[in-house]
Every structure is written in C-alpha cells, then in structure tokens.
Design a protein around this ligand. Structure first.
Ligand SMILES: *Cc1c(COP(=O)(O)O)cnc(C)c1O
Length: 423
C-alpha cells in the first residue's frame, strides 16, 4: 500500500467496531476481564488485550499500528508527548554511568534533557555536530548506549548525511535513533535508511491542527538484532526482576517498544489520552496531502524571500543555495523539504518589526500547524542568551523563522511583502 492509503486505512477494520467509519474513542481507564485466567494470561503476555489505559488502549493501539505502517517499522508505542517519547527512548537503554550521543542540531528541549536533566540520573549527554562526524565517532566508548539526531533539525533546518551516521552506528553495534518530527514519515523513512528507532512529536505536522500534544516511538527489526547478545544492552539479555524474570531478548519481534510499554509506561506513566490519540489519527488521514502542499508552498516562499532586496539570506534545504540541498535531494521524498524556513534581515529591530507586522502569519512558538507561524528567536526562544551566546548558537539577531501552513501561497507572500516594506 502507498502512504496516502495507509494513512486512511492501516491498523483499523470497521467491521470489528460496529462498522464505525471513524475510529471509536475508547474513553476508559480499565477493561473487564472475562475471568481470572484471562487476567493472568494478559499479564503473562500469553494473550493480547487491554489491561489499563496507562499500558494500552484500543484507540491508541490503532494510532500506533497506523503510524508504524507509515514508518515501515515492526512495533510502536505512543506517549503523552514528543518529549516523553525521547526520554523513554533514552531511559530504555541508558542507566547511571552510561552516556548517550546527541546531535548539537537538536530541538532545545532534547538538548536540555540530555545536558542537564539526565545528568542528575547519572546519564551523560555527549554532543556532536552532524557536519563533523569525527566528533561523533571519537566520543563513542563501551558505555555509549544510543546515537540520536533529527532528519530536519528544528530550529537549525539542515539535512544530515543520514547514511554516514547509519554506518558509524552499525560499525560500533549501537542503536541509532532519529527524531523524524519535521520530515514526517511522508518525506523521509529513517528505518528504511538503516536507523533502528524513530521518535516523533506528533504534536506538530502529524496532528497538523495544533490540537493535541503527543509522541510516538517506532522500531525496526534491526533494533532487536543489535540488542540480542550485545553486552551494551545487558538488561535486555538478563532476567528483568521487575517483570518476574522476563528476558526481553528471548521474545520475538518488537522488544524495544515492548520494554518501553511494560517497564517505562508502567513506572513513569506518560501515556497518551485516548482522545488525543483520536485527534492524532484525524491528523494522520491528511498528512500525505498536507506535506506535499506545505513543501511546495515553502519552496515558493523561500524563492520569493531569496530574491527580496531587504533579505540578507534564506535557509531552506529545498533551495539550491542551501548547504543541505544535496542531502535533501538524496534523503527526502522528491526533495520535498517540509515547512520550516528561516531568513535574516538587517537588525534585531527590523526582525521584530516584520514579525509583529504580518497579518496572516501568527506570532507563536510552535511549528507544524496548518496555520502559518512566524517567530523571532532572539526575542523569544533564545531571549535569555547574550549577544555572544546567540552567535555561538548560530542565531542571528535578525533571524526570523517561518513554519508554513496550508493558507494560499500567494496570500502568504503578499503578507511577507507588506511586512518587509515597513523596514
Ligand atoms: C516539538 C518537538 C519535540 C518535543 O515534542 P512535544 O510534543 O512538544 O513534547 C521534539 N522534537 C522536535 C523536533 C520537536 O519539534
């Protein structure tokens, strides 16, 4: 099946749900067992079925199956947010004394988690530039549990050389996780390119309406292959005392996400609400159509800005002038580069003027909504940084970031034109 069909049909059979064409919302906390043997079978994993919505829920399960088929994985687990998905991915492999290797070009929350919060749990975040893979390989040791980067990093908006990072992870037999939030499974399928795990904030493009926070972890069959008999992942290969001696590596199939569900959702609890899973399913239905429209519109807007006399430079991986252009052509579906772009005007004041003068673009710190968004990082997300720190973080004071939505492209261009005419 092609993505457009999967997005509407995968993981759900109306005949099993009273013929309901829209996926039903199982708004329930718990599920009645047929008898005590049934209950025991569920807990012993001898039979499949729902126990308690913190662990599994029928609406969420349909979302997981559909997403898994779009990413071409073998198993998936949904979480309350993208941040929870990333935290559980790290917590599933790393413990006190271990380290994780995270791309410097990552989402701000991922960087603070890896640099500061996980440190308090004894897990060391090590950082590498996706354009300097020496820096990645030289920091690997026997305590390294995972390598993590984003296909199109937010807010850097670049495309890494995925193949090279896949090779390094293979060479050292370390799990490789890719945050595919901005590319979405429509524009890039990291598991097919050789990554072992994909995580998403479904709050962004997947939901598409800006109506629900959510996250998901999807694994490839290669995850279990790397884990089995690998001393790096001894806790998967030894009895888990918290689950009456279960040895994950002796099970078939998706053992990475199974452990997230059985151990981490059980003990940390960041499960999605069934209603949010339903909202995210609604979003998925139109994801393929939206990503094509958004990518085409973003490219047209990037070209308009590049030709504008008041714009110093434009960063969009779909532009020939971008240093990521070749990687975008190689790794993104038809070279379509999603909806994030940034551009630089003369000064901080000029950028503020543009950001507050648009009439259609909303001044919001979010991405991936169907409504277009404009942000001025130097006065919002990066406001606490000094001039020197801004420079080090690669954030020019005159930088403006756009997240292109579904409005008519001409209207968006006219809106930027009138705002730029004021500086
Ligand atoms: C937003 C975002 C996250 C965090 O997701 P939440 O759903 O907001 O917790 C992680 N990674 C990327 C790339 C994001 O854009």
């Amino acid at each position: 099946m092609q993505d457009k069909t999967k997005a509407l049909r995968s993981g759900y059979n109306p005949k099993e749900h009273m013929g309901a064409m829209s996926v039903p919302i199982y708004q329930t906390t718990a599920y009645e067992f047929r008898n005590s043997q049934h209950a025991a079978n569920l807990f012993e994993l001898k039979e499949e079925g729902a126990i308690y919505t913190r662990i599994n829920n029928p609406t969420t399960e349909i979302f997981e199956k559909r997403f898994c088929s779009l990413e071409e994985g073998v198993g998936a687990v949904a979480t309350a947010s993208g941040t929870a998905a990333i935290f559980y991915t790290f917590a599933n492999v790393a413990g006190c004394g271990d380290n994780i290797l995270v791309a410097k070009q990552s989402y701000g929350g991922t960087l603070t988690m890896a640099a500061h919060t996980l440190k308090r749990f004894g897990i060391e975040g090590r950082f590498f530039d996706v354009y300097n893979l020496e820096e990645l390989e030289s920091q690997i040791d026997e305590k390294t549990k995972i390598i993590f980067f984003e296909t199109i990093p937010n807010p850097a908006i670049e495309v890494a050389d995925v193949q090279k990072i896949v090779e390094i992870a293979k060479k050292h037999n370390i799990l490789l996780c890719v945050d595919n939030t901005v590319a979405t499974p429509i524009l890039c399928k990291p598991l097919k390119l050789g990554a072992d795990i994909v995580v998403h904030s479904t709050s962004k493009y997947c939901n598409g309406n800006g109506s629900a926070i959510g996250g998901i972890i999807v694994e490839s069959s290669t995850a279990a292959q790397k884990i089995k008999e690998n001393p790096r992942y001894s806790h998967f290969n030894e009895p888990d005392l918290s689950y009456h001696g279960l040895i994950y590596s002796e099970l078939e199939g998706a053992i990475f996400t199974l452990r997230v569900r059985l151990a981490l959702l059980r003990d940390f609890g960041g499960a999605p609400s069934p209603f949010n899973s339903w909202l995210n399913l609604q979003g998925l239905e139109t994801l393929a159509l939206r990503m094509e429209h958004i990518s085409k519109s973003a490219l047209e807007i990037a070209k308009f800005l590049e030709a504008h006399p008041k714009v110093k430079s434009v960063n969009y991986p779909g532009l020939k002038s971008s240093k990521s252009y070749e990687n975008a052509q190689k790794y993104l579906y038809k070279g379509m580069a999603s909806g994030l772009l940034s551009f630089i005007v003369e000064s901080k004041e000029a950028a503020q003027k543009v950001a507050e003068s648009t009439k259609i673009f909303s001044l919001v710190v979010n991405i991936g909504d169907s409504k277009s968004i404009i942000t001025h990082p130097a006065s919002t997300t990066h406001q606490q940084l000094s001039k020197e720190e801004l420079k080090a973080a690669g954030v020019d004071e005159g930088l403006i970031r756009l997240s292109i939505g579904l409005e008519d492209t001409k209207d968006l261009i006219n809106d930027l034109e009138q705002a730029l005419s004021l500086i």
